[in-house]
Design a protein around this ligand. Structure first.
Ligand code: UT7
Length: 313
């Protein structure tokens, strides 16, 4: 157990929001199908924005809100499957734009939609060994450039955006679990290594759906066990916003408990590594995060990777 707490959050979304109706003009789909099967009403698509520009804006907002001395930030992690460049890392661009000190470790990680929570798991022990008390953990994705608009089974799901959290070394409890079950077939993107026609994201939606439900349940149970807590003591469960139906499915299983299962997928779609920090920032803005509350977060995605953590607000 390595103590951390979330000091401040920020988010950045592209200016252009794309409704289901708009999408149905280029894809054989309908608002009704998308809403019923996913809970999504609209998502954002980058035009001028990029993975780096959104990561930078979200991080700036978090740092401004925290009102801390930037010299005290020792780590910058960007979780992304759509980095600005193969190299340098997007995190280096954040370091530059925020004029952070040179004595900072800045790097990207790719654990697909579990990336933000992997990031928290990585920085927690790093902060314990650091002379600097703060880390920035960011999720930023430009998925609209890798989805295949000829595949209606996947393109309707994804959106672009970024969220950032300023994390502080703390005495408060932090429990973390991380998992991998090597799988390439169900969800992958050949990207740069591909022939042009095979560039896009591929997804076996049904199989990923089944994996997602079991990963969330396992993530919840394993981190509760680690923390020696029960679901009765959890105030908020924040799942990766992959599909509203996945969250509802798990919510039903825990319906006798008081925990709020937060959902905001209606307005963002699935933003992969960015979905959890975007939701955190929105929850903070709505006054839903109150001091002393227990927050349980679960992420899952391509790889298959999944991760859960439990912390105190
Ligand atoms: O974040 C990373 C992890 N990703 C996920 O967790 C995603 C998990 N999977 C899903 O969210 C769902 O599988 C999808 C939303 C992607 C797809 O929903 P589904 O209920 O699994 O649909 P399906 O692929 O089983 O297709 C059911 C039917 C098919 O028609 P027939 O064969 O029954 O006639 C599809 O052709 O729905 C059809 N369909 C559509 N119809 C209208 C598939 N996509 C669309 C569409 N619009 N966009």
């Amino acid at each position: 157990m390595q103590g951390i707490e979330i000091i401040a959050t920020g988010r950045s979304l592209p200016a252009r929001s794309v409704t289901n109706q708009e999408l149905s003009k280029i894809v054989d789909t309908s608002d009704q199908w998308i809403r019923t099967r996913t809970g999504i009403g609209s998502r954002y698509y980058c035009e001028e924005e990029t993975t780096a520009s959104m990561a930078i804006e979200a991080a700036k907002k978090a740092v401004q809100k925290a009102k801390i001395n930037k010299q005290e930030i020792g780590i910058v992690v960007v979780a992304t499957t759509t980095p600005e460049y193969a190299f340098p890392s997007t995190a280096c661009l954040v370091q530059q734009a925020l004029e952070l000190p040179e004595e900072v470790m800045a790097f990207d990680i790719n654990a697909a939609c579990a990336g933000f929570l992997y990031g928290l798991g990585i920085i927690a022990p790093m902060l314990q060994n650091s002379r600097k008390p703060y880390a920035l953990v960011i999720g930023s994705e430009h998925l609209s450039k890798i989805v295949n608009y000829k595949d209606r089974g996947s393109c309707i799901l994804f959106g672009d955006g970024a969220g950032a959290a300023l994390i502080k070394k703390s005495e408060k409890d932090f429990y973390h679990k991380g998992y991998t079950r090597g799988n390439k077939e169900c969800l992958y993107c050949n990207g740069l290594s591909s022939k042009k026609e095979d560039f896009y994201l591929h997804m076996e939606g049904n199989q990923v759906f089944r994996f997602a439900v079991s990963a969330i349940e396992e993530g919840i149970e394993s981190v509760l066990k680690e923390a020696k807590l029960t679901m009765e003591e959890v105030d908020i469960v924040l799942c990766h916003q992959a599909n509203g139906r996945i969250i509802s499915h798990v919510e039903k299983k825990y319906k006798e408990y008081p925990a709020l299962f937060y959902k905001n997928i209606e307005f963002y779609g699935n933003t992969s590594a960015a979905s959890i920090p975007i939701a955190l920032d929105e929850m903070e803005e709505k006054g839903l995060l109150k001091e002393g509350q227990k927050l349980l977060m679960v992420g899952f995605g391509a790889g298959f990777t999944w991760s859960s953590c439990l912390l105190t607000i």
